[in-house]
Design a binder for this molecule. Structure first.
Ligand code: SAM
Ligand code: SF4
Length: 310
């Protein structure tokens, strides 16, 4: 544990006992790096095992430090948690249950990339207790998906929703991206309608934001791709604002995890007082031990969502 954390422990323990906390688990591994993404994630397969081991260790250690607090929402994000096999998810679930008190658990969300899932995985995750899915659809335009460097097609995005529903997921959120070079307004509205028709009950709308170290930024700087203007992006948000209530979703609201939660894993940062004060992300990174850099610098993200947390 980092020395700076020790004086904070009484306050952290007290807060974690006062009311149930949200628990965020971070799995920073992806099959391939998308062209726009600079999230903390590695594609080095040799690190896949150590990352899970370290996450399990982190969950155990923080459960002990916080004296097994109650958890009412659980979120497994990435990277790409859908690359975890069912046996690995089972081991993770077992560790979480041991380290934290899940008796008030109201919701357990797992993130998935449509290019990494099938009906067996969805059935297994439902059986293991995950009841909400956050799916990285991004767009239903295959040309744009390829431009973004995604590993799936639009058809696979829709198939994933269908398979998840068949497996019993009733709460499915889809990530959609606004501001992709070449994307037009009517396309985004059409995607939103198609996703809602397919059974999605929540949309997280991300505004494309390119850090200097991502592949697409190089293409934009070289003049090979053109980002939409701020006015064009604002028009899209206005149109979505009008359209979403017609689709049965509440109007967009800006969201950045408004409730306090505790984060475990390589960059599973915590937010909300007093959790955000915990200075420990680097020390818990598996790459820390391996002596190499695993993550990219944190970057600004704007997430807009329909309902619930994104
Ligand atoms: C952790 S990922 C979701 C799960 C999985 N990794 C995937 O991409 O399918 C969370 C979301 O962040 C968004 N995102 C990532 N990098 C972004 C960027 N540079 N600008 C805007 N949104 C971004 C994407 O929409 C992505 O679905
Ligand atoms: S967008 Fe998702 S799948 Fe793509 S590199 Fe980032 S975290 Fe991985």
């Amino acid at each position: 544990m980092k020395q700076e954390l020790i004086p904070l422990l009484p306050e952290l323990r007290c807060a974690a006992k006062a009311e149930p906390i949200g628990l965020y688990l971070h799995y920073p591994f992806c099959r391939a790096r998308c062209g726009y993404c600079s999230f903390a994630s590695t594609q080095d397969q040799r690190l896949q095992g150590p990352i899970l081991e370290r996450l399990l260790g982190d969950v155990k250690a923080w459960g002990q430090v916080l004296t097994r607090p109650e958890v009412d929402t659980l979120y497994l994000g990435g990277g790409t948690p859908s690359l975890l096999e069912l046996g690995e998810l089972e081991a993770l679930g077992r560790q979480v249950r041991e380290a934290f008190d899940l008796s008030p658990l109201a919701e357990a969300t797992i993130e998935a990339n449509p290019g990494t899932v099938d009906s067996t995985w969805f059935q297994g995750t439902r059986r293991l207790g995950w009841d909400r899915l956050s799916l990285g659809v991004q767009t239903l335009d295959d040309v744009l998906l390829e431009r973004l460097g995604r590993i799936h097609t639009a058809e696979e995005g829709l198939l994933a929703i269908q398979e998840a529903r068949q497996a019993g997921f009733q709460r499915i959120s889809a990530d959609l991206m606004v501001g992709i070079p070449g994307q037009n307004l009517s396309r985004i509205l059409e995607d939103a309608r198609t996703l809602v028709d397919a059974g999605v009950e929540h949309l997280s709308i991300y505004l494309l934001d390119l850090d200097k170290d991502c592949i697409l930024k190089g293409d934009v700087d070289a003049g090979l791709l053109h980002l939409p203007s701020e006015d064009e992006v604002a028009d899209v948000f206005e149109a979505l604002q009008e359209e979403l209530p017609r689709l049965g979703l509440p109007p967009l609201k800006r969201s950045w995890r408004s409730c306090p939660f505790w984060g475990c894993g390589c960059t599973g940062a915590s937010t909300g007082r007093p959790y955000a004060t915990a200075p420990r992300t680097r020390a818990s990174s598996p790459s820390w031990k391996a002596g190499r850099r695993l993550w990219s610098p944190p970057s600004r993200r704007v997430s807009w969502c329909g309902k619930g947390a994104s």
